[in-house]
Design a protein around this ligand. Sequence first.
Ligand SMILES: CC(C)(COP(=O)(O)OP(=O)(O)OC[C@H]1O[C@@H](n2cnc3c(N)ncnc32)[C@H](O)[C@@H]1OP(=O)(O)O)[C@@H](O)C(=O)NCCC(=O)NCCS
Length: 202
Amino acid sequence: MDEEIAPDSWYATSRRIDQVMDAAPASEPARSKDSRKRHVELVSVDEDVLDELVKVATSDAAPDEVTPPLGDSWNPRRVAWLRAYHRHRRSGLKGGEEETAAIRVDGRIVGAIRLHRSDSEAPESLEYGIWLARSWRGLGLGATVLRLIVRRAYELGALRLIARTTASNSPAIATLRRAGATLQQRGDGTVHAEIPLDGEHR
Ligand SMILES: CC(C)(COP(=O)(O)OP(=O)(O)OC[C@H]1O[C@@H](n2cnc3c(N)ncnc32)[C@H](O)[C@@H]1OP(=O)(O)O)[C@@H](O)C(=O)NCCC(=O)NCCS
């Protein structure tokens, strides 16, 4: 994630992506917080969603999981960065190099994702990032959201979904493996993952 602060002019360029990113709740895992099937979707980060996202990030996620290192704790600079980051990306991948979406479960915002054209020499590849609120981790939600990300990347014409994580991030590695990713450990302790996209993701 970068540190740029968005100009106000980006505010008007919001677009809705929830229509195409609605999840099929039928595949929800049995270990959800209760036995009810949950409705998981990716939604555009408009101002109301952004307010909710900031609340959940600052109360239920570590600052460095959500923003670049910008000082101790959830200070005003971090919050300003987070707001600007999402506002600046409202034109999406068609108008820029990155799009973001909030993760909504049964109407509650619980985290966010991003899709990013990280390699100009491989425009058919999209890289993703994700963070979930602490209280929503370990329940199978990451796997469900990854299926939505895969579907969205496929809709955007990508042939390959990329992720970068660290070898110590067991939940991220397990989620990627489960999704059929090829994993490659690098000498610096990072792991590069690739998921090929094909028609099966429709
Ligand atoms: C990484 C993250 C998105 C995973 O989502 P999640 O909902 O917590 O993961 P899930 O509950 O779907 O579990 C996925 C797998 O990880 C395993 N897992 C979960 N927590 C684990 C832990 N603490 N240690 C080891 N494995 C773990 C689960 O057993 C599951 O494996 P399985 O499919 O083989 O059963 C989430 O933990 C998160 O937001 N972490 C903080 C931010 C982050 O690290 N982002 C990823 C950067 S690439």
